[in-house]
Write a new protein. Structure first.
Lengths: 473, 766
């Protein structure tokens, strides 16, 4: 009576959990040793490798546990497991590769396996189309990355990644810029950032756990790629580009998310926004923050995908009544916002007021302010309770983040480029203000009055036409 | 053309598609209910012609039947011969496979895509924060105001939109005959039958959403016709079976009939026909327990009866109370009686006097939890807190991932009992909020006893409603009580117990109806959790003198839970396994619901006592001797029997064509608008049970797609006269949507099968 779980799926689960635990244990060991391990010229294990090992190990293991039951009876359960493990291995390969060829190959394999997962249900026409569609994106990304790496390899006459990155002087400036831009586009495609987002919105043919793996793993490609090539981006002066594009994408995607009516598309738009933010952090010179963000976002998004069956709810249509805020409440909003900012600065060491870190601090301040703003008006708590809830909310949140952030930073320490805050330019300041001001735009809800904007944004997020309603079965 | 006629044609055409119920109150209804006036086979073919959705069981269903001897190969060969089928048996199976795996390009894809886009944003029930503009004007007007910005439509600047939907339809169809019109509308409806079915649901039930954001079927047609015009897409042609495909279909239907016949014979062989008179027990019964007619009750009833000196009854799980239940805190009202009944009563909670503080506490709890949801939504939606929130809360989500994957809940008792001990149900008329008269209350209680043919009362009587408890399951409500319109049945159970305990009700029962309830009989409400087979008694205010009895019952119920789950799950440690299934977020088959339902037995428990019906049968207690004029039976036929027919037909069609009549596999479902699901990137709204509710694996069925066989323990003349008075029911049986069999007590319980026009065929286990 019971369906048999394929042997592969059964074996993979404990292996991945063991792999996760071992990687996790290796991190402190590595930290004590503080030595990058080389296996020959082209394989290199460093802090970043171990962090990604642990992360991917965790998600891979979790997904295998979840899908063992979730996919029971699914004709292609075995293939699902094989593709997942293929994907996990290509990520591992990617983060230990020290050769431009290996990097390129593993980047290609990541895309290949992810495309296969999107179309794992081979009996389903739309899924096959979605798979091909996604693969075309991933393949283009590989080509662009290949071009970028060819330039770097050609001018430095070496395939060895660390050699290339330590000798960027050998490469003419214009070539550096071209290589950086190609690399950036390659990253953007894999992270589904506008205007390359369509594959992600057409990828819901993947079984739910594959989506979780996609949104917690695959999608982070840009973050890892940019961190690996941080010195190239810095040398080519393209960080500002990342900051502006990332910020812009984060902003649009967050708006687009508001009008999604199905769970998985809503989550996908949220992912695009978060990836935009991650790229923005890279642009600010905080590659360590980007790595921390991609892991934390992975937890968040994997959870939301795996529990995406919980969104059925009966409700009545109602208008949200506006509640005005009292002066004393506003006082606490500002006070706690500032307190949150100070706590964040102290705990994460971002104490400067005039370099790019101030931007991240401001985001924390506003977030704390927004949280307090909501809590302080909630009538089911007494005023004292509201203060306590607000304080514990932001203190716990910031402390948890700071611990995680500092741990990631420590491990990434050996690379000199992961924390490169710079002085803010006037342009960056103005864009930053625009970004933060969008908060008021959202709060006021002016955007709701534009039907034109609504239609444009709605059409922007439709899946590819071959992946929906193509067949009558 | 006359607008009235146009509207009538629209309504008429809409009967060609089924109703799509929202998943928060998932009613298992017959997707072909609009075809019920036709013969089953004809209906399947007509529906195929119009929608392209073929209802045909898989080849392996017939192969399995060959193996289990419900069908034998000579019989099959005979059927093939009758239909002049040229190939052999293997070829026939091959052809079924080929026929079922046919897949065509969707000719109206372009129109469907645009329309689905607009319908889903309009119909959303709160998933999106940014609503479609102008929704309150109704669909046609709202769409009209946005269509000019939709680059996909290529609308020329000079185009003048008709002022309303009816004029739009008229503009494009006024030179067509009524008959043609209906056919055209049917095609338009069939293209997106799931979404259209949901429009039907909203319109028929005039939901709050419909009132505020009207979306009549005419708006759908108007917009569809206009989009087709802009995109130059013509109507699709009908679907037809080739001659040989038609043969395959005919053969299959005959095989199905043969299998059903064999199953009925098997049942007759097993039934305890000699003992339609209740087994006389010498000692007095300790407790009587009433369960829903649901197929899942059979298992728990049998195990309870074994556990001690208990007697069990089957009664429709809404316990005869046509009511809506309003949540005391959210104010959300749900139907809690069969969808075919109008709700006469509204039931809600009021705090017990001595529990005033706890009630307040519950209220506060509810407020806080809805604040929590609101708060999280705000943090996730608003810029830039969306980014700060993810970073601050990320580790907590990581922790939750591990917790939900490895640590499962062990016990649900606490979850539900708190409200029930703190509050008592409060009932009033639905229309004017007035109180129920004594007569009405007496009537509710009396009908229950009448329909079940109740004779003697034990000291303790339990009314057990049922509900399921599952995690991460969009179809959770499909596992709740079908007789309560997919709501949990506990509130109905509590209410009937409360009414039966009222002193004035008992007095009236005695004086007016000679029903003697001893003073010491206590009624209590309960809930049977079908996922874990745990039974919670709502005994908070039971008098102290019943303490010992209740305690003994509780411990026996625990034993019954153990044996029942062991039987159902087939593994030691079955109780823990059941709890795991009930709280595991990765479990797609937490329980089987009503799968395998095949029979409905109306008669005394003695007929089925001591036999294992393997949860294949609905059971309604009934005693023909206490029902001389057939009033009770008439009520059972019109109520419970129709509900079981809906359920059975729903399971049938969801099983044989899961992609179109069901919802497809859960693993790629995507919740839309908080009320429904689509597959993958979107498309038509799904209308039925998911694959995991009816199939063991992508290939193999779990549910046996058989039409319901209704066995009634009553004289044939009585049944004949009732059918003559209910032409609809008669048609339903004559058209083979269900089978009717009489266990005639006037002829030594000989079993006959109803054929047509009050004619019966003998069917005895020989």
């Amino acid at each position: 009576m019971q369906n048999q779980v394929p042997t592969v799926s059964k074996i993979i689960e404990p292996l991945l959990w063991i792999f996760f635990i071992v990687s996790f244990i290796c991190i402190p060991l590595y930290f004590i040793q503080e030595k990058v391990i080389y296996l020959g010229k082209y394989i290199r294990i460093n802090g970043l490798s171990l962090i990604i090992f642990t992360t991917v190990g965790f998600f891979g293991a979790l997904i295998s546990t979840y899908s063992k039951r979730y996919l029971q009876g699914f004709t292609y359960q075995k293939r699902f497991s094989l593709f997942s493990i293929g994907f996990v291995l290509s990520v591992l390969f990617f983060v230990i590769a020290n050769s431009s060829i290996l990097i390129l190959l593993s980047w290609f394999l990541m895309g290949l396996f992810m495309a296969k997962l999107i179309g794992v249900n081979a009996d389903w026409g739309e899924a096959r189309h979605a798979s091909n569609y996604a693969f075309r994106f991933f393949f283009s990304s590989t080509i662009l990355l290949g071009l970028s790496l060819s330039i770097l390899t050609y001018y430095s006459s070496s395939f060895q990644l660390d050699y290339i990155l330590n000798n960027l002087d050998l490469i003419p400036n214009s070539m550096l810029v071209i290589a950086a831009i190609l690399l950036i586009i390659a990253g953007f495609i894999q992270s589904a950032l506008f205007p390359f987002h369509r594959w992600l919105l057409s990828a819901m043919t993947a079984p739910t756990p594959a989506s979780a793996l996609m949104h917690a793993g695959f999608i982070n490609g840009a973050g890892i790629l940019f961190t690996l090539f941080a010195s190239l981006l810095i040398r080519s002066n393209t960080l500002m580009l990342l900051f502006v594009l990332g910020g812009f994408i984060a902003l649009i995607a967050q708006f687009v998310k508001l009008l999604q009516v199905n769970v998985k598309h809503k989550l996908a738009c949220s992912t695009i926004a978060q990836m935009g933010f991650m790229v923005m952090q890279c642009g600010l010179g905080f590659f360590n923050a980007a790595i921390a963000h991609l892991i934390l976002h992975g937890f968040y998004k994997a959870y939301l995908f795996l529990s995406s069956g919980e969104e059925i709810e009966m409700s009545n249509p109602n208008k949200v009544t506006k509640i005005n805020i009292k002066i004393i409440q506003a006082f606490f909003v500002i006070l706690f916002g500032l307190a949150g900012a100070v706590l964040f600065m102290l705990l994460t060491g971002k104490t400067s007021l005039n370099n790019t870190s101030i931007f991240l601090t401001l985001i924390v301040a506003i977030t704390v302010g927004q949280a307090t703003y909501n809590i302080i008006r909630e009538k089911s708590y007494s005023f004292g309770q509201r203060l306590i809830v607000s304080i514990s909310f932001f203190v716990i949140g910031i402390v948890l983040y700071a611990v995680f952030y500092n741990a990631v930073s420590l491990i990434l320490n050996e690379s000199n480029f992961v924390i490169k805050p710079h002085q803010l330019s006037l342009f960056e300041i103005s864009f930053g203000i625009l970004f933060l001001a969008s908060f008021f735009l959202m709060k006021l809800g002016i955007y709701r009055n534009s039907p034109w904007l609504y239609v444009k944004l709605l059409n922007l997020t439709q899946p590819n036409k071959n992946t929906i309603l193509k067949f009558k079965s | 053309m006359n607008h009235q006629i146009l509207k009538q044609n629209i309504e008429l055409a809409a009967t060609s598609v089924g109703t799509t119920w929202p998943l928060y109150s998932f009613v298992t209804s017959n997707p072909l209910s609009g075809y019920e006036k036709q013969n089953f086979k004809t209906a399947c073919l007509n529906a195929y012609q119009k929608t392209g959705n073929l209802a045909l069981p898989d080849a392996h269903f017939f192969k399995d039947a060959l193996q289990t001897n419900l069908l034998n190969s000579s019989q099959l060969a005979e059927i093939l011969k009758t239909h002049q089928y040229s190939g052999n048996i293997d070829r026939y199976f091959e052809e079924i496979k080929e026929l079922k795996s046919k897949s065509n390009l969707n000719k109206t894809q372009a129109v469907d895509q645009v329309l689905v886009k607009w319908m889903s944003v309009f119909l959303d029930e709160g998933l999106a924060d940014w609503e479609m503009p102008n929704k309150e004007k109704g669909f046609y007007a709202a769409w009209k105001s946005l269509a000019k910005y939709d680059a996909n439509l290529n609308i020329s600047k000079s185009f003048n939109f008709p002022k309303d939907s009816i004029s739009a339809i008229e503009k494009f169809t006024n030179d067509i005959s009524t008959n043609e019109q209906v056919k055209i509308f049917e095609k338009h409806f069939a293209s997106l039958h799931g979404w259209v079915g949901f429009l039907k649901y909203r319109q028929e039930n005039t939901t709050e959403w419909f009132k505020k954001f009207p979306f009549p079927l005419a708006d759908y047609l108007a917009v569809r016709i206009l989009i087709s015009y802009f995109l130059k897409v013509s109507l699709p042609s009908n679907f037809y079976l080739t001659e040989s495909e038609q043969k395959v279909f005919n053969v299959s239907i005959d095989c199905l009939k043969a299998i059903e016949d064999a199953w009925q014979n098997k049942m007759v062989y097993q039934l305890n026909l000699a003992a339609s008179n209740p087994i006389q027990k010498n000692e007095p019964i300790d407790v009587q327990l009433v369960f829903c007619i649901d197929t899942r009750s059979e298992l728990i009833r049998r195990n309870i009866e074994i556990a001690g000196n208990y007697e069990t009854y089957g009664y429709a799980g809404f316990f005869g109370i046509a009511m809506d239940y309003e949540d005391a805190f959210s104010g959300i009202k749900r139907k809690s009686c069969p969808p075919i009944l109008a709700s006469a009563y509204k039931v809600t909670e009021e705090g017990n006097i001595e529990e005033e503080n706890n009630f307040k506490k519950l209220k506060k709890q509810h407020k806080r939890s809805s604040f929590k949801n609101y708060f999280l939504k705000r943090m996730k939606n608003i810029l830039p807190s969306a980014f700060g929130f993810v970073e601050g809360a990320g580790l907590v989500y990581g922790f939750q991932l591990v917790k939900r994957s490895f640590f499962f809940k062990k016990d649900h008792q606490k979850d539900i009992k708190y409200l029930e001990t703190t509050c008592k149900t409060k009932v009033e008329h639905a229309n004017d909020a007035s109180e129920l008269s004594l007569d009405e209350r007496v009537q509710i209680v009396k009908s229950a006893f009448d329909l079940m043919g109740w004779k003697k009362f034990a000291d303790l009587v339990v009314f057990a409603g049922h509900a399921s408890k599952t995690a991460n399951n969009p179809f959770a409500s499909s596992l709740d009580c079908g007789a309560c319109a997919a709501s949990p049945g506990r509130h109905n159970a509590r209410l009937i117990a409360q009414l039966a305990n009222q002193t004035e009700v008992r007095k009236a029962l005695l004086t007016k109806h000679q029903i003697k309830l001893e003073n010491n009989t206590l009624f209590i409400g309960a809930e049977h959790n079908t996922t874990t087979d745990e039974i919670s008694l709502f005994d908070g205010d039971a008098p102290i003198k019943f303490e010992a009895k209740i305690k003994a019952l509780k411990s026996d119920l625990k034993i019954a839970q153990k044996t029942a789950t062991l039987e159902r799950l087939g593994k030691s440690n079955s109780v823990n396994l059941a709890y795991r299934k009930s709280s595991d977020w990765s479990e797609t088959r937490p329980e089987w619901g009503l799968a395998k339902n095949a029979g409905f037995i109306i008669g005394p428990r003695a007929l089925t006592q001591n036999m294992n019906l393997e949860s294949e049968c609905f059971l309604h207690s009934y005693d023909w001797k206490k029902d001389e004029d057939g009033t009770a039976l008439n009520a059972i036929l019109n109520g419970p029997m129709v509900v079981t027919q809906w359920i059975n037909n729903h399971y049938y069609f969801s099983t044989v064509n899961n992609a179109n009549y069901g919802s497809g596999s859960k693993i790629t479902l995507n919740i839309v608008g908080k009320f429904g699901v689509v597959q993958g990137n979107g498309g038509d709204l799904k209308t039925g049970l998911p694959l995991q509710s009816v199939k063991q694996s992508d290939e193999n069925y779990y549910h046996k797609p058989q039409r319901l066989s209704v066995f009634i323990n009553a004289p044939k003349q009585l049944i004949n006269s009732l059918l003559n008075n209910n032409p609809n029911l008669k048609k339903l049986i004559e058209n083979e949507w269900i089978h009717l069999l009489a266990i005639d007590p006037l002829h030594n319980n000989k079993v006959d099968k109803y054929v047509a026009e009050n004619k019966w065929n003998n069917l005895s286990a020989t």
